[in-house]
Ligand binder design. Structure first.
Ligand code: PLP
Length: 355
């Protein structure tokens, strides 16, 4: 604490990201990174982008990248004016909280969800209410039928991995046409339908995506949002009041290449989903309760062994998973899907730990 701090700093409770240990030879299954590298075309594009233009500022409007994202969603009729890009979807979300989710009535999100949401609320002074998931850790859209300034949740939800069908998202949107609804689709590449298809019918819907998970580009920092042009305008206004160039030239080049290499994306996302199903079966065979997941992680708990102790025992064997010391979920482990070899190491270690 210091006399030089602004008043707002005293009241902040910052987000704590999953550990990025500096050790080698870890089986790192704690931050939902993709176990496969990005498309080789990404690295080529980044190399090319380093050759002549780094002395120049990047395009503040990211026009080419936005056009490529719109083209990727051509089947849903998305235009570049309906696309916003940022430095990771965390930044896109941070801007959306200020641009769209700060109202007199409280923002609503699930009690078990992405733990950055309450942090943004703290930063901007947004009043919020949590809506409990049901006993099976599922979102029930009818539970959101109360006065609110906005609604946000991930689909699939994190850290549970559970997802809602598009029909339920549409039911929610139809019930709340007068407030902004943000669907955070960070994990949509791993088996759930995107709500981008609903943007045309629902001008209050903003869908956010990231290249961190499905495109293996967590280190590049690229996220985007798709929504009605008026929502995108609000994001642009806040962004241009903060940082004109959140997406640098290398990130833009890499992101374009990643979006254009559809075969690679298809192959790697399918490989992750296949490994997930095998890991779910192995953990169930060891007695774990595993929630259904459409993400690149699973959420599992053992009927008798303590979650924190299991995470610590895995850590001793150089395997890192995520454990949240939070109400309702402190017995669960969130395990990112690794390569098949990494999943085998995990299962072997759990067999030893459980005896
Ligand atoms: C639900 C959810 N949304 C958004 C993000 C942010 O992703 P990024 O900032 O890497 O795009 C994460 C990251 O783990 C997440 O779990």
């Amino acid at each position: 604490m210091s006399q030089f701090w602004s008043q707002v700093v005293h009241s902040l409770t910052p987000y704590v990201p999953g550990e990025q240990p500096k050790l080698n030879n870890l089986v790192k299954l704690n931050t939902n990174e993709n176990p496969y590298g990005p498309s080789p075309r990404v690295l080529e594009a980044i190399r090319e982008a380093t050759t002549d233009s780094l002395r120049l500022y990047p395009d503040p409007g990211a026009d080419r990248l936005r056009a490529v994202i719109a083209e990727y969603h051509a089947a849903q009729g998305i235009t570049p004016q309906q696309v916003f890009v940022g430095n990771g979807s965390d930044e896109v979300l941070a801007l959306a909280f200020l641009a769209l989710l700060k109202h007199d009535r409280p923002l609503q999100f699930p009690d078990v969800t992405y733990s950055f949401y309450p942090v943004y609320c703290g930063l901007y002074g947004i009043d919020y209410e949590v809506v409990p998931l049901d006993e099976a850790f599922q979102i029930r859209v009818q539970d959101y039928d109360r006065p609110a300034g906005g609604i946000i949740f991930p689909n699939p939800n994190a850290p549970t991995g559970r997802w809602l069908a598009l029909a339920e998202i549409e039911q929610l949107l139809s019930a709340h046409p007068d407030i902004p609804v943000v669907i955070d689709e960070a994990y949509v590449d791993f088996g759930c339908e995107s709500a981008v298809a609903l943007v045309h019918r629902h001008p209050n819907l903003l869908v956010t995506h990231t290249l961190s998970k499905g495109r293996s580009l967590a280190g590049l920092r690229l996220g985007f949002a798709i929504g009605d042009v008026e929502l995108i305008k609000a994001l642009e206004m806040v962004k241009n009041s903060f940082n004109s160039y959140p997406v640098d030239r290398l990130a833009m080049a890499g992101a374009i290449a990643a979006l254009e290499d559809r075969d690679y994306h298809e192959r790697t996302r399918r490989a992750v989903m296949k490994s997930r199903e095998a890991l779910v079966a192995d953990l169930r065979a060891l007695g774990f309760e595993v929630l259904p997941s459409a993400a690149n992680f699973i959420f599992a708990k053992h009927p008798v062994r303590d979650g924190a102790e299991l995470a610590a025992a895995l850590r001793q064997r150089s395997i890192i998973v995520r454990h949240f010391k939070l109400p309702r979920i402190d017995q669960f482990l969130r395990i990112s899907i690794g390569t098949d070899a990494e999943c085998r190491v995990l299962v072997q270690a759990l067999m030893e730990i459980l005896g």
